[in-house]
Design a protein around this ligand. Structure first.
Ligand code: NAD
Ligand code: UGA
Length: 479
């Protein structure tokens, strides 16, 4: 008993839905893939003839879209039609941290997921396989089933969990050569048919041994666990970086030394100004909330510490800038190189840069920002949101306008890195963009105020070379 899929719909054309479906469409020419979103602008951008204007920047993505779009890959705002036609529906909508009510600041907000389920229930006339692609709390499939079957119209739904493990900046690579794809399904006859249908799709380009199948709950919880483990590695090495700065040990040497132990492994041990991105913090908070919900306070505290350490790391970096600049940055020009949460992406969600800038702005610094991929509008929106969160969403229009005026005075976004650094009191590296290594640092030295401070929040610059030029270089986890 098998089910051959020829028509897929994906709800949510974001960082996951867009690239994931583009790769499925490229690899499975026999499947019609329609990605839908309520956001009209986003869909228009995915359909833009100019591939430089796709809504997200990922190396290699434009080529994949160019090949498949209009052939078997479609972007549309007609959610109902795409749902009605599809045999398999991926749900790839956002699941942010709740900002209100029960579980505020911790639990995942599942309202978008619920809306999808209600829409699918309303529109579906024939049996469908529903795939959870979004990152969800364990046992969400149960809630989905309740909603999907609530119409009582006899349509049968099989629910799978197939969380996405791609990292931004390498999304296309990760999708083309995944360490694994994970599928959680029910151990019933139709559940197994559904699992096999999705296995068959992935098999078009992924070896069978890289496709793991599990129970639904294990699959859901594996995703939160994977992100918690990854973030924990960063917080662990960042914790050691603080001790390195006190003792004269070098955190990069430690990463190399411990990473050579195959049980530890070399990846994800790069000390930094702190992890960012839309998911690590949100998913750990979600995990912590689940543990609290199931009355496991020790487990909750254990994972919460990963976030506390990350907050500490961001704060430590900002405080070091203020301390080094003689205890105040008021009226001083601080140049920021990088705003994205990591290189090779235009995504800024939860970027450490936002929190460092915010802390410096509270000390009345003037911040001059250059990022090769992030727009001025995005940077101002990020800083505004940060203030809003601090005020616990009590941002009335007057307060907002006052703060926007303050930002307009204090923050300048540059299209050229050299003008951003011109006459700066200090330069801070917030993102590890490769191009920063290639700048003419001698020329920069001539243009900045002395002492010429560089705070390298990513340890990417050549400390010795810069010190020889005359810079005062401060790195993470080394003296
Ligand atoms: P995103 O915000 O970029 O995209 C989500 C999209 O869903 C938005 O465009 C939104 O308009 C759309 N949407 C919301 N509700 C809708 C509805 N009812 N109907 C139609 N469209 C709707 O989010 P993302 O970064 O792609 O993340 C999606 C999910 O994948 C999250 O659960 C996230 O945790 C998970 N995830 C993200 C990444 C990543 O690298 N960003 C990686 C793995 C997993
Ligand atoms: C992460 C996971 O790596 C993906 O597997 C997962 O699918 C995704 O979250 C998700 O669920 O959203 P992503 O956040 O895109 O991917 O990027 P990462 O490469 O994991 O980097 C996250 C943050 O950690 C970045 O700010 C990065 O600079 C920082 N980091 C990473 C370090 O500071 N040091 C490291 O050694 C690695």
């Amino acid at each position: 008993n098998t089910k051959k899929i020829t028509n897929i719909c994906c709800i949510g054309a974001g960082y996951v839905g867009g690239p994931t479906m583009a790769v499925i469409a490229q690899k499975c020419t026999h499947i019609k893939v329609t990605v839908v979103d309520l956001n009209k602008q986003r869909i228009a951008d995915w359909n833009d003839a100019d591939l430089d204007r796709l809504p997200i920047y990922e190396p290699g993505l434009a080529d994949v879209v160019a090949e498949a779009r209009g052939r078997n890959l479609f972007f549309s705002t007609d959610v109902d039609q795409a749902i009605a036609e599809a045999q398999m529906i991926f749900i790839s909508v956002n699941t942010p941290t709740k900002t209100y009510g029960v579980g505020k600041g911790m639990a995942a907000d599942l309202k978008y997921i619920e809306l999808c389920a209600r829409q699918i229930a309303k529109v579906s006339k024939d049996d469908k396989i529903i795939v959870e692609k979004s990152t969800l709390p364990v046992r969400t499939a149960e809630a989905l089933r309740t909603i999907l079957t609530s119409t009582g119209n006899g349509v049968k739904f099989d629910i799978l969990s197939s969380p996405e493990f791609l990292a931004e900046g390498t999304a296309v690579q990760d999708l083309m050569n995944p360490d694994r794809f994970l599928i959680g399904g029910e151990q019933t006859e139709s559940g197994e048919v559904a699992v096999q249908a999705l296995v068959d799709i992935y098999l078009n380009w992924v070896p069978r041994e890289n496709i793991i199948t599990t129970r639904v709950w294990s699959s859901e919880l594996s995703k939160l666990t994977a992100n918690a483990f990854l973030a924990q590695r960063v917080s662990s090495i960042n914790a050691i970086s603080a001790l390195c700065e006190k003792t004269g040990a070098d955190v990069d040497e430690i990463s190399r030394a411990i990473g050579a132990d195959s049980r530890i492994g070399a990846k994800f041990l790069k000390s930094s100004v702190g992890f960012g991105g839309s998911c690590f913090q949100k998913d750990i908070l979600n995990l912590v909330y689940l543990c609290q919900h199931f009355n496991l306070p020790e487990v909750a505290d254990y994972w919460e510490q990963v976030i506390k350490m990350n907050d500490y790391q961001k704060h430590r970096f900002a405080k070091n800038i203020i301390d080094s600049l003689f205890n105040t940055v008021s009226g001083k020009k601080i140049a920021f190189l990088g705003w994205a949460f990591k290189k090779d992406t235009n995504d800024t969600r939860e970027s450490a840069a936002i929190y460092v800038a915010d802390e410096l702005l509270q000390d009345r610094a003037e911040i001059h920002i250059y990022d090769p991929k992030v727009s001025k509008e995005q940077i101002f929106a990020d800083l505004c949101r940060c203030e809003e969160e601090r005020r616990d969403n009590l941002f009335d229009e007057v307060a907002k306008e006052t703060y926007c005026d303050f930002l307009k005075k204090q923050v300048v976004v540059h299209l050229d890195p050299y003008t951003a650094m011109q006459a700066a009191h200090a330069i801070a590296i917030l993102t590890e963009w490769d191009e920063f290594k290639t700048y003419d640092w001698k020329k920069v030295y001539g243009d900045v105020l002395k002492p010429a401070f560089i705070f390298d929040g990513r340890n990417i610059l050549d400390k010795k070379q810069l010190s020889d030029i005359g810079f005062e270089v401060e790195c993470i986890g080394k003296r």
